[in-house]
Design a protein around this ligand. Structure first.
Ligand SMILES: Cc1cc2nc3c(=O)[nH]c(=O)nc-3n(C[C@H](O)[C@H](O)[C@H](O)COP(=O)(O)OP(=O)(O)OC[C@H]3O[C@@H](n4cnc5c(N)ncnc54)[C@H](O)[C@@H]3O)c2cc1C
Length: 336
């Protein structure tokens, strides 16, 4: 059903109250096709919406917002590798719980990431040493220009750090309709992230199952990140910047504590959260929005904030980080 001029507040985790001139949900590819076949609607700017957990709405959306409600999860083959196909409108964490219930390993480290399955490959979601690309098999996507469903393997998706071809060359050209992951029955667990090991130790677990790892990740995330149901946010607002080693060594002289991770022989990744915190932004509050008190990478809406104000705050942080360290931050959140 097509709705007019509705508030998008319930549909974005930042809780920004702007409106969409047209809004509709689709539960099947046929319904999706019907919207694109409508001569009036197909001309409008399109915002494809999953869980709304990776966007900042800065103004009323003068176009069509299509909410993905494609559902269904199935296990395709049950060999040693198990292929699990999920419709794009499923909730990502529900898919993680489904795989754990079926004793399939591979995405337990990605527990409790908000949003839909369809958006996961868009930005190659990642946490605690695992990215969706590590278990990705293929996806199906509806090509808006032709109305055809096309398949993409991992190579064609061109995954990078919070990147894929769908955020670059193929931006706004496809609607992801399903994602198939390759999981395993006898998973080697990835607990290399210190925090997971510490949490398992705290629980007295020496021989963890995939469920133990998932529970540990859930507990760490709940203690560290603000729950969007309580404080509006979109998770990490910025990406961790990757810089040349030579520049890193110069920065390390000036800032001996600078948090960093090795990338390759020539590059180093910096922790954007540390850069922002060290530049004095952590916990900064401007009226009803600001920088989270425990996590400088997360911008927050305490209630009733304007998306454009939050965008301006992100601009100020970008400028400040550039001035402090001569490092360019990039936004992870999609701006509309
Ligand atoms: C508290 C919190 C913690 C988070 N932690 C993490 C984390 O640890 N790791 C991480 O990687 N991310 C994290 N995120 C970000 C977010 O959860 C992910 O980016 C998630 O994949 C977004 O899914 P979504 O369905 O909400 O996407 P949306 O916000 O609805 O959409 C994001 C973008 O993808 C497009 N899009 C959505 N669905 C489709 C589709 N089916 N086809 C084509 N385009 C589509 C949208 O148009 C938009 O441009 C976090 C967010 C929050 C609020």
């Amino acid at each position: 059903m097509l709705q007019r001029n509705i508030s998008l507040k319930p549909y974005n985790t930042f809780g920004i109250d702007v409106s969409a001139s047209y809004f509709a949900r689709f539960k099947s590819v046929k319904e999706l096709k019907d919207y694109f076949s409508d001569p009036g609607l197909s001309k409008l700017p399109l915002l494809m919406l999953g869980g709304g957990s990776n966007l900042l709405l800065t103004k009323n959306y003068e176009g069509l917002v299509l909410k993905n409600e494609l559902s269904g999860i199935e296990i395709l083959t049950a060999d040693n590798s198990v292929f699990v196909k999920s419709a794009a409108g499923e909730n990502w964490h529900d898919l993680v719980l489904f795989t754990i219930k079926n004793n399939l390993g591979g995405i337990e480290n990605l527990s409790l990431i908000p949003g839909s399955v369809g958006a996961a490959p868009m930005q190659n979601i990642g946490a605690y040493g695992v990215e969706v690309k590590d278990v990705f098999h293929e996806l199906e996507a509806y090509e808006i220009a032709t109305g055809k469903i096309k398949k993409f393997n991992a190579q064609q998706c061109r995954f990078g750090y919070r990147e894929s071809v769908f955020k670059q060359e193929l931006k706004n050209q496809f609607v992801i309709t399903s994602v198939t992951l390759k999981l395993t029955k006898n998973q080697t667990l990835n607990t290399s992230y210190g925090a997971i090991n510490d949490e398992l130790k705290k629980r007295g677990i020496t021989n963890p199952t995939i469920k133990d790892v998932s529970d540990a990740v859930i507990s760490i995330r709940q203690s560290k990140l603000p729950d969007p149901k309580e404080i509006g946010n979109s998770g990490s607002f910025f990406k961790n910047p990757v810089i040349a080693k030579s520049k890193f060594f110069a920065l390390k002289e000036k800032f001996p504590d600078i948090v960093n991770y090795p990338v390759d022989d020539n590059n180093v990744k910096l922790a954007a959260g540390w850069l922002i915190e060290n530049a004095g932004w952590k916990g900064k509050t401007i009226g009803n929005y600001g920088v989270h008190k425990n996590q400088a990478l997360v911008l927050v809406n305490y209630g009733g904030a304007n998306g454009n104000d939050i965008y301006q705050l992100s601009e100020d942080i970008l400028k400040s980080v550039k001035m402090f360290y001569d490092v360019e931050l990039e936004r992870e959140v999609n701006i509309f």
